[in-house]
Design a protein around this ligand. Structure first.
Ligand code: S3P
Length: 463
């Protein structure tokens, strides 16, 4: 393509992103509260909610979803699927109805797909579109526009999709889907459910077998749900690696889906209850898929009292009610092998570690540097500002805990920086509950991407 045309596209892409970054920051000081008690429910699982909308839109007929997370990230997925032909409505009861168009029949979106802060929407939808005969421009906020997309561009290009990206393989980018796309065998080079899912979703509309090899297992919601919708998908363990195969040109059958509570959202309340004296809190209906639940094991190893009550199955996923009681925590060395099964929970684990007795060491966490923010650096800086003792290494943090003594907290005019990252905001809110002066968070607006009711629930549990 001639340079002048490339520059023109780039100018257009940049114009779109300038329009899309918005919202004034909303600071708040989180302070010590009474014990957390009673029973609460956290909103639906974010990963499962995204996939319900995407697969519902690719099925033929009506999919009905209860418990869908109504956070900004998931709503961005809903808008995107609507722009490609799916009819998606929310009924007064809170149930979502999705009339899908069928695999292979997505329509050309006539505006840019605005992904806000959501890496999951972006990477999974890039997979969906990569094998359809349509093109799309993806835009996002400042945080998403810094995140690496090369990890999905590489396999999707092998399947025939074409990309035009901003420098460094980032958003805004334009994707031209390939139809017919070519089936591939792809060994995922980083532990990433988003990369795995992007290739499997692209495989849905690709003739033949698309094979993904996963050396390290990551969350398996895509595999479970693709099977639930009737796709021919097999998983085998070969020489310690997971080999996932999907047969393309699938016809998906509409489903009725109940989304369990999000363990990554529950995590903030689990740690808050462990740290707050007198707490005895039940968090109902929490998804406990083993590829998501490692935080609970780590916290128990530190001495946390967390019981699983009423274990059951909800929508093909294991679920339980968690009873969490205030506990004295002790620092540990966290096994890096558990990282993929608690990848989003490290920020709040760092808060637990800052209040534990002794030292907690973590390693093998390079992936945390490319989340909504660089979570190692953001948490090291924020916890230090709140008075914790933290050492930052290339791939982890070492935290010398206070032994249960409240942290000093942040000075009156000193706010911790969230970098447009919901999990930094909520983790530092929990740190605020366990500190003398409280913690001033510079911007609580990002919390709405995954947990819009966070502050209301915190007030309810502490009342
Ligand atoms: C997700 C996968 C994880 C996780 C993200 C949601 C998913 O990302 O951090 O919040 O729904 O597939 P990576 O695939 O980048 O590890």
């Amino acid at each position: 393509m001639p340079l002048s045309k490339r520059r023109a596209i780039r100018r257009n892409l940049c114009r779109i992103i300038t329009i899309s970054s918005s919202a004034a920051p909303s600071p708040h000081r989180f302070t010590m509260s009474g014990p957390l008690t009673g029973a609460i429910r956290v909103p639906g699982d974010k990963s499962i909610s995204h996939r319900s909308l995407m697969l519902g839109a690719l099925a033929v007929g009506e999919t009905r979803v209860t418990g869908l997370l109504e956070g900004e990230d998931v709503l961005a997925t809903a808008v995107a699927m609507r722009s490609m032909g799916a009819e998606i409505t929310r009924e007064d009861s809170g149930t979502w109805s999705i009339h899908g168009v069928g695999v292979g029949s997505l329509l050309q979106p006539d505006v840019a797909i605005e992904m806000g802060n959501s890496g999951t929407s972006t990477r999974l939808l890039m997979g969906v579109i990569a094998s359809h005969a349509i093109s799309a421009v993806f835009t996002g906020d400042a945080s998403l526009s810094r995140r690496p997309m090369g990890r999905v561009i590489e396999p999707l290009s092998m399947m025939g999709a074409q990309f035009e990206t901003s420098p460094g393989g980032t958003l805004p980018l334009r994707l031209q889907g390939a139809c017919p796309a070519v089936p591939i065998e792809y060994r995922v080079p980083v532990a990433s459910a988003q990369v795995k899912s992007a290739v499997l979703l692209a495989g849905l509309n690709t003739a033949g077998i698309t094979r993904v090899i996963e050396p390290v297992m990551t969350r398996d919601h895509s595999e479970r749900m693709l099977r639930g919708f009737g796709a021919e998908l097999t998983v085998e363990e070969v020489n310690g690696e997971r080999v996932i195969e999907i047969r393309g040109e699938a016809t998906l059958q509409p489903q009725t889906i109940e989304v369990p509570g999000d363990p990554s959202s529950a995590a903030f309340f689990v740690v808050a209850a462990l740290l707050t004296e007198g707490s005895d809190l039940v968090i109902e209906n929490v998804g406990l898929n083993p590829t998501r639940a490692a935080l609970l094991g780590v916290l128990r190893q530190m001495g946390g009292s967390i019981e699983e009550l009423n274990r059951r199955n909800v929508g093909g996923e294991p679920v339980a009610d968690l009873r969490v009681r205030h506990s004295a925590l002790t620092g540990i060395e966290v096994d890096p092998a558990v990282a993929p099964s608690m990848i989003d929970e490290f920020p709040v684990l760092f808060v637990a570690a800052a209040l534990a007795k002794g030292t907690t060491r973590t390693s093998g966490l390079d992936e945390l540097r490319v989340k909504e923010s660089d979570r190692l650096s953001a948490m090291a800086t924020a916890l230090t500002l709140a008075g914790a003792q933290v050492e930052e290494a290339e791939d982890g943090l070492t935290i010398h805990g206070s032994g249960g003594e409240p942290l000093p907290g942040t000075a009156e005019d000193a706010a911790v920086t969230t970098h447009l990252d919901h999990r930094i905001a909520m983790s530092m809110a929990v740190a605020g509950l366990a500190s003398r002066k409280g913690v001033l968070v510079d911007d609580t607006a990002p919390i709405a991407t995954s947990f819009p009711t966070f502050r209301a629930l915190l007030e309810e549990a502490a009342a």
